[in-house]
Design a protein around this ligand. Sequence first.
Ligand SMILES: C[S@@+](CC[C@H](N)C(=O)[O-])C[C@H]1O[C@@H](n2cnc3c(N)ncnc32)[C@H](O)[C@@H]1O
Length: 233
Amino acid sequence: MLRKLFDCFWNRFVHRPNTIANNVKVWSNWDWSRHGEEWSNDAEWKQSLVDHVLRHYLTGRETLLEIGPGGGRWTEYLAPLARKLVVVDVTPVCIELCKERFSNYSHISYVVNDGSDLSALGDIRFDGIWSWDVFVHIAAADIRTYVNQFARLLNPGGVVVIHHSSGGVNRIGWRSDMTAAMMQEFCHECGLVLERQFTSWADGRFRVWPDLPPELNPDTISVLRKPAGHAGG
Ligand SMILES: C[S@@+](CC[C@H](N)C(=O)[O-])C[C@H]1O[C@@H](n2cnc3c(N)ncnc32)[C@H](O)[C@@H]1O
């Protein structure tokens, strides 16, 4: 009861809104010297996520898009999979960091956007889209704008793997108002199929938040797919 009252108070009066401007402020001032590895629980956890989620869904997909690469924690694994990789981030510092870190790759393109618009990508069509630890901080209204554009930007059969908050605003990890149910709605609106939502992988051996009891886990991973017969794009 006390906890509920506290959460309610915190969410209403203390939570810094997950606006685009607040995201730019937070991530522009972040210390990126560890490339975001401070968010990897440990090496085994990270490798399991790469093998069982990232590579599982994105291997064999030629054209990939990553939203919010930060210091390139996942870009490192996406780059060797793709023939073409586009990374988009709202924070210029992050794009500069990735440009420098991955300067040996000639098939990566870099875009700074306004936090929801992907029109700079023009006519490119993607076979896969990845985003981790990004949509957890983005307000649902902006996520809706992104998801609508994914429907246009994906090739038929293309897949999106997004980690986002599942239960609305949460003081754990500056989570936005996004929910698991909203993702279903957003997909429905634009003709994408919400194929799967999950919080653990490798037969339950690894979880998004290994150090929290499952009932307090604030996130989910959604897998969206553009059906082969989709009219758009
Ligand atoms: C917590 S960091 C995660 C970075 C990286 N994905 C990782 O897992 O290490 C959040 C990243 O998302 C980016 N970001 C936040 N809001 C965004 C938005 N609306 N559109 C694009 N990128 C955004 C930030 O600039 C930052 O690079």
